[in-house]
Design a protein around this ligand. Structure first.
Ligand SMILES: *[C@@H]1O[C@H](CO)[C@@H](O)[C@H](O)[C@H]1NC(C)=O
Ligand SMILES: *[C@@H]1O[C@H](CO)[C@@H](O)[C@H](O)[C@H]1NC(C)=O
Ligand SMILES: *[C@@H]1O[C@H](CO)[C@@H](O)[C@H](O)[C@H]1NC(C)=O
Ligand SMILES: *[C@@H]1O[C@H](CO)[C@@H](O)[C@H](O)[C@H]1NC(C)=O
Ligand SMILES: *[C@@H]1O[C@H](CO)[C@@H](O)[C@H](O)[C@H]1NC(C)=O
Length: 357
């Protein structure tokens, strides 16, 4: 009984003190109160960033991860130009998206062997018809730096995000894997570059040679944005990619189909491998985020989200447009996402997970 009473009076005392402090700060010196709160928040944000910079996979359970992520998203984003430049220099010297992201008539010769990205023993000789499919040079050769770039992932977290207007404000908007843009409030309307996964074509457009219209209609949603396809990732990709090129060349000549340079993707794979990413192949999301980090001053990622629950731990669909996808292991924190959070916390790019204003 006595112990109980002691506990209660202690609790009461603590509450009284807190309330008092609050009243003092609010009543007499509001600016001091705000300053204290501000510096506490700053310390908390610095700690959080440090935590994400050194975090290991499997260190966290989903609940505390979501709490930390919510807190991180409410911290002001700090850009660190030194870090941005470090990544830019590293990526340019390993991989060089500036000159080598896509195969062009500048970086490819007739008769040259193109080595496959995932099996360097296999190659394809560049004959006349392949050479003629290549553009003269990279479209951005004369403008090697873009200001603000948005890479839009397809995660269900984009639903009801209201991020569309913010995405559309970027100078360059990169979308992935033929993502539909039928919800402009959340995902915007503009596109500068769209990637295609050859499997999507194999499954969705098996009769492309005879019926190019359905694909032409689908890609017309991106205006004249070039279509980027990994024609030399696996051997099965090559024929499909050439078919896409040929089909669209006839019905939509204004919209170019360009091929990822497999050397670029191979080098990029090595780059991330030395930083601890051991996987069979990088996701298109990380590929294009890397491209943006090399070519853009200010990189913003939207819709990158590998979990089945959102920040409030409510179920979230796999994509913002459907719920079809590989099953996800809930508790292993996907390594790529961890890597991106690290770069976010270092101040070299900006991941958006919360609703946009
Ligand atoms: C930016 O990052 C570098 C390298 O980690 C660090 O030394 C520097 O203090 C950071 N700058 C700011 C303004 O945070
Ligand atoms: C990247 O490619 C461009 C264009 O081909 C070239 O001028 C530049 O020297 C290359 N940069 C590096 C670091 O290899
Ligand atoms: C890019 O620069 C080269 C050389 O300065 C020039 O010949 C070419 O027309 C330019 N291309 C574009 C698309 O502006
Ligand atoms: C999005 O908002 C609409 C309307 O407010 C609501 O009906 C719907 O359940 C929300 N969807 C998600 C995934 O939160
Ligand atoms: C967007 O397209 C997907 C499939 O392409 C469809 O399931 C979804 O209902 C569409 N959403 C809206 C808002 O029209």
């Amino acid at each position: 009984m006595g112990v109980h009473l002691l506990k209660w009076s202690f609790l009461l005392m603590t509450i009284t003190m807190i309330v008092h402090t609050f009243i003092v700060f609010r009543g007499t010196t509001p600016s001091v109160g705000n300053k204290v709160a501000d510096s506490l928040a700053q310390v908390r944000c610095t700690r959080l960033r440090e935590k994400f910079i050194s975090m290991r996979e499997s260190e966290k359970d989903t609940k505390s991860l979501m709490e930390d992520l919510s807190a991180l998203m409410s911290c002001p984003h700090k850009i660190n130009i030194t870090q941005q430049e470090r990544y830019r220099v590293e990526l340019r010297s390993c991989c060089n998206a500036t000159g080598d992201l896509i195969l062009t008539r500048e970086n490819t010769q007739k008769g040259q062997k193109i080595k496959y990205e995932t099996n360097r023993k296999l190659s394809k000789v560049v004959d006349k018809s392949i050479f003629n499919m290549l553009p003269k040079s990279t479209a951005w050769r004369n403008e090697t730096r873009f200001k603000r770039c948005a890479v839009v992932g397809n995660g269900g977290i984009l639903r009801n995000s209201s991020c569309g207007a913010e995405i559309d404000r970027a100078d360059i908007i990169i979308r992935l894997n033929l993502a539909p843009i039928n919800n402009s409030r959340d995902v915007g309307t503009r596109t500068s570059l769209i990637t295609v996964n050859p499997s999507q074509i194999r499954i969705g457009y098996p009769n492309l040679e005879k019926q190019p219209q359905p694909l032409a209609e689908r890609v017309s949603a991106y205006g004249d944005a070039p279509i980027l396809i990994p024609a030399f990732a696996f051997t099965f990709c090559t024929d499909i990619s050439f078919k896409v090129h040929k089909a669209l060349h006839v019905v939509r000549p204004q919209q170019k189909v360009v091929f990822f340079n497999p050397d670029y993707l191979f080098q990029l794979f090595q780059y991330w491998k030395t930083r601890g990413l051991q996987e069979i192949r990088l996701t298109s999301g990380l590929m294009l985020a890397s491209v943006a980090m090399e070519l853009c001053d200010d990189v913003h990622l939207y819709g990158f989200w590998p979990f089945a629950v959102d920040l409030l731990q409510q179920p979230v669909s796999h994509h913002y447009y459907d719920n079809v996808g590989p099953s996800r292991r809930m508790h292993a924190m996907p390594k790529e996402f961890l890597q991106l959070l690290k770069i976010h916390s270092q101040g070299a790019l900006n991941i958006h997970l919360a609703q946009c204003q």
